[in-house]
Design a protein around this ligand. Sequence first.
Ligand code: 6R9
Length: 701
Amino acid sequence: MTEGQEAQVSEAQIAVHWREEKYIYPPESFIAQANAADPAIFDRFAEDRFPECFTEYADLLSWDKKWDTVLDTSNPPYWKWFAGGRLNASYNCVDRHVAAHGNKAALIWVPEPESAEPVAVTYRDLYRRVNEFAALLRDFAGLKAGDRVTLHMPMVPELPVTMLACARLGVIHSQVFGGFSGNACGTRIADSGSRVLITMDSYYRSGELVDHKVKADEALAEAHKQGQEADKVLVWRRHPGEYGSQTPMAEGRDFFVDEVIGSYRGQLVEPVSLPAEAPLFLMYTSGTTGRPKGAQHSIGGYLAYVTGTSKYYQDIHPDDTYWCMADIGWITGHSYIVYGPLSLGTTSVIYEGTPNYPDAGRPWRIAERLGVNIFHTSPTAIRMLRKVGPDEPAKYNYHFKHMTTVGEPIEPEVWRWYHKAVGKGEAVIVDTWWQTETGGFLGSSLPALNPMKPGSCGPAVIGIYPAIYDEDGNEVPDGRAGNICIRNPWPGIMQTIWGQPERFVDVYYAKYNKNPDSKDWHDWPYFAGDGAVRAPDGYYRILGRVDDVINVAGHRLGTKELESAALTVPEIAEAAAVPVVDDIRGRAVEMYVSLKPGFAASDEMAGKVTQAIEVEIGKIARPKHVWVVPDMPKTRSGKIMRRVIASVSNFADIGDVTTLANPEVVEGIRHHVQSEKVSKNEVPRELTEAEYEEIKSFGAE
Ligand code: 6R9
């Protein structure tokens, strides 16, 4: 069975009940200034205007050559947007703003130590730095259009500089989230076939200068194991001239950028004019198998889509100060810190550290100091800031006109705190539902024209036409849960999974495609892998993943990745990862492992599993608990019943276990796990109906 077919919604036909929230309307002051305030926009993006409607987004860009065909669908599901057109993303995000707005801040970087001053990088500075680094990449690292290069960088301005320098040359960048481990980075170097790694020696996180260069050595060793040699490591220094890592520099392989860049001072590199459908970057994400998926995004379609949605949904005007608190290492940061905002010529704030360092007032001090008026973050950050500093926002004099939430479903109570306390009742909120694969937003209210409804992402965004299907491909009625799909292609959709074209078709299209030979795009709905319900008003409520992916703090972790990491511990015979409902991070991971004969359960064994997961994936994946069990509950065909142990961890009804091969083990596991949780005061609150369905069907056959 392929991955796509394996995925199931939690009993697609069951009704999902929740209290219908009331509409909240945008303030007049917002509407008066909004980029999209005329309802005619809905007509311009009506289904019968597809695909031409998207030229409105493409027209926001500067093209070297206009496209011949808006959408070429001759080879489904490999769509080509703006085919025949040529452009350069670096030119669009940098050069074209220099003449009129050269002295305006493109980026304002806020270092984590509060004693350090924020650093403004003007469009002119950015132009100079991108050109010089592009010259270095071309002449020192030997990179050219079509080559892949892996970046493993923290939240510093050197990261967008590096991305835009790559884009200038047509080099395909693949930024790996800085918090991921050296091994995770190595796997991505190998998968993308990168010869060059660009990293930084160190960065500040929660008050500490973290040694980051050490991960580069681990990454190269892992890539080597997987058959990929990287021969150059370019190391930016957090404090130029001062090395913040304990790891030696490898002679002839590792180079400090601040030492090499001197030879490229003042050099200009002509932006390479590239086909619209040439790849801009890869962004790796988790799927149900261990191998990460490199979602490949195009230059023309992607940049048009993030520019258009930044303009209308983020309501970015050139004179706004926009702060998205996500990490650039995730898709949110690529689309809505770097490419969208810079393409529109606005000021984008980058913060190095954790939101609650040194205290929960930090984000609001940054907002006050910099005059941020658009703020963008995740439900996890909102829950955390609400927990540790519910009254902090009121102490600071900032005013947001607009706020975003992204990455996971947000509970209505948390939404209301965001609206009232953080937004001071003055800001609109957009709850944006989308994915690494989709490049930009799929579901969101259009802030001046659609009212907000807490807990729902809103209607589909303009030009996006979803459908919710049951397992057999029938559309489910409003109010019922099913698999949300997008019926039409759109410019932000990934082009393929790097090096795994079959997987691209299997995971995202095979499930609802009835005829693989069809050349008609109508036959190729995009399967998002999320469960959803549509209300009669057309608002969507996203219920969560329907595959074996655990969304921790808005970040997707594949169960297979977690399990293979646990299995690197020699004593472990079997491993299963399950989600537990977590009041801050949405979901947390719990691991169940069984040992090879001759080994006994111990805290040390559990510690080894945690350690292995940190080494293979990174601290973000650290399990909340590792339960060492004598045996896993299994089907007669030997498949681990993840839904049973997921129910145990969440204190949910375990359901019928009589069909298992070994039903007798369940009670022992339940007793062990739940009594331990009771003694630690970790009994979870009662699950909502949607959560219960997710747990009950987790990893179901
Ligand atoms: C952008 C991003 C994608 C998965 C997605 C869904 C969940 C994202 C959401 C949301 C409810 C929202 N998700 N936004 N669920 N409401 N507003 O998060 O990309 O890291 O690939 O995750 O996140 O389950 O399928 P990515």
